[in-house]
Ligand binder design. Structure first.
Ligand code: SF4
Length: 741
């Protein structure tokens, strides 16, 4: 019999922040090919090697399909009703005996790629009423969110390069040739860079490694890890010193320029050069180039966030953009206007309440709450330390902090001390192995999707929706219903209440709150949609491009998006200041007091000696989250979890290519495979994160064949940027020796 022709279906790739549109060819219910979707208005057919691995992920025999309950130390399959009955039996008494804060929640990066998880985890958090919420944001991005919030008034008002019109890009701690952007959704970065360079534009990269991006840049400068704030302060100082500050249109919309100039006085290029490892003349040249470029942007990413001065550095990136007239102008650092869910399109334009931090502090080490969460590095101590408010139970949502958070071994031991743990996950991994109940997530190919977060971070405005590529596995349960059922248990509704009806009730309440007298008309316009689709339609239709529930017939609706595979292009980024601002002053705050105070800390530490050897992380094209190491398409090829060591550093320690070596920090050690590389700045080694798949009880068979070393196991969970609580994962002093323990 001839095989029926494959049918094309479409999916926004959920594997990284670039969010490429994929064309998935399906025949007889199976995926036969995946390629870039040429019609996609945002990614135009681009795909990276990870995209095709979506088939591996869907078909992975290790991917969980049914709930699991741990009985006598072993996981056994269970029905959904049995799993929720078990959760109710064990969670409800903990809440009753120890209070709301006794249950903690962790949220991992993959949740950002699941519409249902992102829209419904707040329902669970609200129902639990716990202050103990932890997420991957304090492992990689909270400094940028905090600095953006302080300057512009909202946590997700992040300025990002308008690369298609930009002619000069200064980039720190980022490797978009491997990542295609982070806090900057920019599929096919390579193509966009080539276009920029072919119109005469320049990319300048500052990084302690000659990364894949540095290799194609027009200039690359090594920098001592952790000193980016000093370099940026030095450039800003030079701008003032040499009379190069030009605010342009922003002049009427900023506050704090004089305070900023004053605070930057001690950071002359000549003063910061030793700390950065960059010559003063180079720092001044960067200032002049930036000031002279008509359309330019400074962009800093993960390396600038995962350091002790993460927030300070993130702020200084935008300070430079502002001082050189490169903020909120075409071709410069701009703000997206997302079609739905963006707080900076809601409410009165031009001013607002701004943000606050520290509304409460963590119980053990007193870390301030930031954006509603505590640092992930605090989780273990909150579980271990007895007393009122001790964490006794944990719900993890698509998160694997045993591998992704610093000092995983301590956290792993702490998880064993919990009274109860639930994991909502697609795998039995290094973290979920500690759970008492695992609730499986839904395969991305069986799920509809709209990117809730990433259009707020995209280099071009757009809106896309995809329906499920494959029919749902009959054994699965939509993730939003899973979260609703957990929320119901947290509120004492028991394991078997009508979650659908409750969701209807909550949605109607929210519409009444949001639309007042018009609520009935809005509910009628939305019609019979339920769950995430209802929330999405509401957000689209009331959003900046929406149809206002029929008042603007040409406007966006979910129906219209569904009828437009490939999505709708909403045009290039447009200037948004002052409309975007939500600061109480209605100005861009150039000198928030919290950051000026931290500049004093930087001043005090300016002359501190640097460590002999430090470690930094490394982004790789074929990896993003730890579970990608279990996908055969991505796992094949050369072993990638190697420690890149400069030849001089290796020679000094008697190490040669391929040797196993001991890497030590904070009294803990791991064994790493050495790869000699003159990509590295001398005195800096690089090891990727998210490896270490040799822990007993996990079920990741492919990953376990080449487990790699877990860098996070030797990092210090107490080392944090004091403002944002973000973990310090970069520039950490280490020892490397030929002795293998
Ligand atoms: S770049 Fe990211 S979004 Fe695009 S195909 Fe690769 S993994 Fe998917």
């Amino acid at each position: 019999m001839p095989r029926p022709e494959a049918e094309s279906r479409y999916r926004i790739c959920p594997l990284c922040e670039a969010c490429c549109g994929l064309e998935v060819q399906v025949s007889e219910g199976r995926v036969v090919a995946i390629r870039g979707d040429e019609r996609d208005v945002f990614s135009h057919g681009y795909i990276c090697p990870k995209g095709v691995a979506l088939k591996d992920l869907h078909e992975d025999p290790d991917r969980l399909r049914t709930p699991l309950i741990k009985r006598d130390g072993r996981f056994v399959p269970a029905s959904w009703d049995e799993a929720f009955a078990e959760i109710d039996r064990r969670l409800a008494p903990i809440l009753a005996a120890h209070g709301r804060d006794a249950v903690a929640v962790t949220l991992g990066n993959p949740s950002a790629h699941k519409m249902a998880l992102l829209l419904y985890f707040p329902r669970l958090l609200k129902a639990l009423g716990t202050k103990n919420f932890f997420s991957a944001s304090t492992l990689d991005q909270m400094p940028k969110q905090l600095s953006s919030g302080l300057m512009f008034g909202h946590w997700l008002s992040v300025a990002l390069p308008d690369i298609e019109r930009c002619d000069y890009l200064l980039m720190l701690g980022a490797n978009p040739m491997a990542s295609n952007g982070s806090l900057w959704t920019v599929p096919d970065f390579r193509g966009k860079l080539r276009a920029m360079q072919s119109r005469g534009g320049r990319l300048v990269v500052v990084d302690p490694r000659r990364s894949e991006t540095a290799a194609v840049a027009d200039a690359h400068h090594f920098i001592r890890p952790g000193s980016d704030a000093y370099l940026l302060a030095g450039i800003a100082n030079a701008l003032f010193d040499e009379g190069l500050v030009r605010l342009g249109r922003l002049g009427d919309h900023v506050s704090g320029l004089d305070e900023l100039r004053e605070a930057l006085q001690p950071f002359a290029p000549e003063a910061v050069a030793t700390r950065c490892g960059i010559e003063p003349a180079t720092i001044r040249a960067l200032a002049r180039e930036l000031a002279a470029a008509p359309r330019a942007a400074v962009y800093g990413r993960i390396g600038t966030c995962t350091q002790s001065f993460g927030t300070l550095t993130s702020w200084l990136v935008d300070v430079l953009n502002a001082l050189t007239g490169h903020l909120d102008e075409p071709g410069c650092a701009m703000f997206p206007k997302a079609a739905a869910f963006a707080a900076n399109t809601i409410g009165r334009p031009g001013s607002g309440r701004g943000i606050t931090t520290g509304r409460h502090t963590s119980r053990v080490s007193g870390a301030p709450e930031v954006f509603g969460e505590f640092p992930m590095g605090c989780l273990a101590e909150e579980i271990e330390t007895p007393g009122a408010g001790q964490v006794k139970a944990l719900i993890t949502i698509a998160s694997n902090p045993v591998l992704s958070a610093p000092n995983g071994p301590r956290l792993s031991a702490a998880l064993d001390a919990l009274d109860f743990m639930v994991s909502l996950d697609i795998y039995l991994n290094e973290t979920s192995r500690h759970a008492d109940v695992i609730l499986p997530g839904v395969s991305a190919l069986e799920d509809e999707h709209y990117d809730v977060a990433f259009p707020q971070l995209s280099h071009r405005n757009h809106a896309r929706f995809n329906e499920a590529v494959l029919p749902a596995d009959p054994a699965s349960q939509p993730e939003w219903l899973t979260l609703m059922r957990l929320a119901g248990i947290a509120l004492g509704r028991g394991p078997a209440f009508d979650a659908l009806a409750w969701d209807d009730e909550l949605a109607a309440q929210e519409v009444r709150r949001g639309f007042g007298d018009h609520a009935d008309a809005v509910l009628r316009a939305i019609g019979p949609r339920r769950g995430p689709q209802r929330l999405l339609d509401l957000a689209l239709r009331s959003g900046p491009y929406g149809d206002a529930f029929g008042l603007k017939p040409e406007g966006l609706t979910l129906d219209r998006l569904i009828a437009t595979p490939g999505g709708i292009d909403l045009g290039p980024l447009q200037p948004r200041i002052p409309e975007l601002l939500r600061t109480p002053s209605g100005k861009v705050e150039l000198a928030p007091p919290m950051l000026l105070a931290d500049l004093l800390r930087a001043r005090r530490e300016l002359d501190e000696p640097h460590a002999q050897l430090v470690v930094v992380g490394r982004r790789q094209v074929r990896s993003n989250n730890s579970w990608m190491h279990n996908l055969p398409t991505l796992a094949k090829g050369p072993f990638r979890c190697t420690a890149l060591v400069h030849p001089d550093d290796a020679r000094e320690r008697g190490l040669t290519e391929g040797d196993m070596a001991t890497l030590e920090s904070n009294g803990r050690r791991i064994q790493v495979q050495v790869e000699l590389s003159d990509e590295m700045m001398a005195g800096v080694i690089s090891l990727p994160h998210g490896w270490g798949h040799d822990l007993p009880g996990a079920q990741l068979q492919v990953a376990a064949q080449r487990p790699g070393a877990n860098l996070n196991a030797v990092l210090d969970e107490g080392a944090r940027d004091p403002l944002s609580g973000n973990a310090v994962l970069s520039g950490v002093p280490v020892r490397l020796s030929a002795r293998v323990a």
